[in-house]
Design a binder for this molecule. Structure first.
Ligand code: DGJ
Length: 701
């Protein structure tokens, strides 16, 4: 009898796996364009020497005990009873299909019949993501630990070697695009910060190395994207090996700092890992991610925000904020947000966190006074919070000194003068929920920016068998409170932030409406950050304020038009000190804000593609609108004004225009199509600003 084979369908691809003859492993047969017949992966057709079979097979989920020398996604420690697990899968599993997609649950039991493993797969016929997770149940009488409990192993049929593209960075320099060519070796990225982290983003693009001696079966041009939908500590490892025909990506919760405990009867459910394929290579993967992410989006207006942080920092008073609000209303802002500094004792970053009531020195009549004033100006009102943090001087800390992380009684360590609350404890999460309900009910608040400004050091809980899982529990506690906000305060727009882009991932995306990708206010530096961000995350969630900052790296002056154009590539906001702007700057701002309102639908509901490098070329960001507004908007940024000035009519070659549509370019009267734009380009008159152009392309006729 043929070995069982299971096929899952996505919008354009097929993911096919089968059971080995001994029923011990599930292997990948095919991941790519749909095929009529997919042969089962057969090891006997391949040369195997000096190695066990499971170490060479493209197994879907590898466990120590079963694999011997190659990397495994699961490590099981039974103490004196030994390590590892050998699985036997149930061959009778079936793919179930409903109107939206396919689902498959593969179950296996280990050789002691005390551990149950589930490999869960989910696809959606509207996009190309295959979503996978692992569930492990301890049916036995003894506690076990899992030093590694990853979500999935992905076998990428690109040959033995690969180019890995990833996003790396640091504070104010997030989402820098980097790549590495792996020619037999391992590469790993991750976070042990307790949050997604600033250093790496849990997503990567993998392609075969062209003309490489070990490039095999599938076209080397094919691109695979792997992500982890997780907001706590994590790790993704790529293994390029001299054995086999696949590059393997293993992804899951961080195994350096997390040990999962499974007491008798307990269940561990991993976060979801996501995989996508594109026959057109890595360049097409952003579109595939964005297509999937649109299905996570809820239907709520993402307003043009004025955020007062950069203008006032901790110097918050109702009078000053009201003055800013008046000017914000004049330039067309829709929501006025008071950032850090509004609550009890928060006059610097040393105090106040945890005591979430309006400081009477700043707001003698509570937050309601400013909220009413803002509403009277025709805007919504919003605030900033950092629920996971507590200042050592706060009342909350005095009342609950035991609520913070302090593993093994080590000396307390502050970062930005604050501690972190243990969101793995239900009483802390319940406190956070109560606190947020009270704050949100204290005035008409329609926008909440949730920040988190430090990595977690010394996480853990001595004496708790689950204490070394704190980073998993913390992320779950955070998700639980975010879910409460969505449920109980659906009218509140939620912005996710962690010192800038420290907590941006696909799990937060399904719980927040916008992301704050970086504290970088310099428009040129920010454009580089946005370019990296857009390679994995959507424009409709990319909050971007026009600021007064000259930048940290590229400090060359830019026009106000350039700054607005950068922010208009996502969800436009303003963060500069409007009181310091001249009247003519403010009226220019009002004009550009009104323009953004006109094209917002194209930007937020359309598709986006970039060409060129933001710091080197005439870089373009092109949005192609949805059926309801089929215009296209091409943003052009000049990274080298002097060079461009030499040419009378610089031309750009934007990608991403709708095929078979003739557009009229508003600023130049030219008629273009996707093909002519690629071949001949578009003329850039730089009418919007001397260093940036915004071209609106309207379908002709
Ligand atoms: C870090 C954020 O990224 C900033 O936008 C601001 O909210 C500060 N925290 C406030 O402390």
């Amino acid at each position: 009898m043929d070995r069982p084979q299971w096929a899952l369908r996505t919008a354009r691809t097929q993911y096919v796996i089968s059971l080995t003859a001994d029923a011990r492993s599930v292997v990948l047969d095919h991941w790519g364009p749909p095929l009529e017949r997919v042969p089962r992966y057969d090891q006997s057709e391949r040369v195997l020497s000096h190695i066990t079979e499971t170490d060479a097979l493209p197994v879907e989920y590898a466990s120590d005990g079963q694999r011997h020398t190659a990397f495994t996604e699961l490590r099981v420690d039974r103490g004196e009873a030994g390590t590892g697990a050998i699985w036997t899968f149930d061959p009778s599993a079936q793919v179930t299909t409903d109107a939206s997609g396919d689902e498959l649950v593969l179950t296996a039991v280990d050789e002691t019949a005390t551990l149950r493993l589930e490999l869960r797969y989910r696809t959606d016929h509207a996009h190309d993501v295959v979503a996978r997770r692992m569930v492990l149940v301890n049916d036995g009488p003894d506690a076990i630990t899992l030093p590694r409990a990853f979500s999935a192993g992905w076998n990428l049929p690109v040959g033995q070697c690969a180019r890995v593209e990833y996003l790396a960075g640091s504070w104010a320099r997030e989402f820098q695009r980097r790549s590495v060519d792996l020619d037999w070796g391992t590469f790993s990225i991750g976070s042990s910060d307790g949050i997604t982290g600033l250093r790496f983003s849990p997503v990567m693009a993998v392609t075969g190395l062209d003309d490489h001696e070990h490039a095999t079966r599938s076209a080397p041009a094919a691109g695979y994207g792997i992500a982890l939908a997780w907001s706590g500590s994590w790790r993704m490892q790529v293994t390029s090996s001299s054995v086999g025909e696949h590059v393997r990506v293993s992804a899951g919760v961080d195994d350096h700092t997390i040990t999962v405990a499974l007491l008798p009867g307990e269940v561990f459910e991993s976060p979801e890992s996501l995989g996508i394929f594109s026959a057109q290579g890595a360049a097409e993967l952003p579109q595939r991610w964005h297509e999937f992410q649109r299905t996570l989006r809820r239907d709520i207006r993402r307003p043009i925000v004025y955020n007062s942080w950069m203008a006032t920092e901790f110097d918050v008073t109702v009078q000053h904020q009201s003055q800013l609000a008046q000017l914000a209303a004049q330039v067309g802002v829709e929501t006025f947000v008071v950032d850090d500094g509004w609550f009890l004792g928060r006059t610097s970053d040393r105090d106040g966190l945890g005591d979430w009531t309006a400081d009477p020195a700043a707001f003698p009549h509570g937050l309601g006074e400013l909220a009413d004033a803002v509403e009277g100006l025709g805007m919504d009102f919003g605030i900033w919070v950092e629920p996971e943090a507590v200042s050592p001087t706060s009342r909350l800390f005095a009342e609950h000194p035991d609520w913070i992380y302090r593993a093994d009684g080590r000396p307390l360590l502050t970062v930005r003068n604050q501690y972190v609350l243990d969101f793995g404890r239900s009483e802390v999460v319940e406190w956070a929920e109560r606190m947020l309900r009270d704050v949100l009910n204290s005035a008409r608040i329609r926008y909440l920016k949730w920040d988190m400004n430090r990595t977690v050091s010394d996480g853990g809980r001595a004496g708790d068998p689950h204490g070394r899982e704190w980073a998993v529990q913390h992320a779950r506690g955070y998700h639980r409170v975010m879910d409460m906000l969505r449920r109980e305060f659906p009218e509140v727009v939620v912005e996710a932030c962690a010192s800038g882009g420290g907590r941006i991932d696909n799990a937060v995306l399904s719980r927040s409406d916008v992301f704050w990708p970086s504290d970088q206010g310099g428009a040129r530096d920010r454009l580089v950050i946005q370019d990296g961000y857009l390679s994995a995350y959507p424009a409709w969630a990319m909050s971007s304020w026009v600021s007064d900052d000259s930048g940290h790296r590229d400090r060359r002056a830019v026009s106000l038009g350039y700054r607005f154009a950068v922010s208009m590539c996502g969800v436009l906001g303003i963060g500069g000190d409007l009181l310091a702007w001249s009247a003519s700057q403010r009226s220019e701002a009002a004009r550009m804000t009104a323009f953004y309102k006109d094209i917002r639908r194209v930007v937020q509901d359309g598709t986006v593609r970039t060409t060129g490098a933001p710091d080197r070329d005439l870089y373009t960001v092109t949005f192609c609108g949805p059926a309801e507004d089929p215009r296209a908007v091409v943003f052009v940024f000049d990274s080298d004004r002097d060079r461009t000035r030499d040419r009378e009519f610089p031309r750009v070659h934007p990608a991403g225009l709708a095929p078979d549509v003739a557009y009229r370019v508003d600023a130049t009267g030219e008629t273009v199509t996707a093909a002519s734009a690629a071949a001949l380009g578009l003329r850039v008159p730089f009418a919007w600003a001397p260093d940036a152009e915004v071209l609106v392309l309207t379908p002709a006729g």
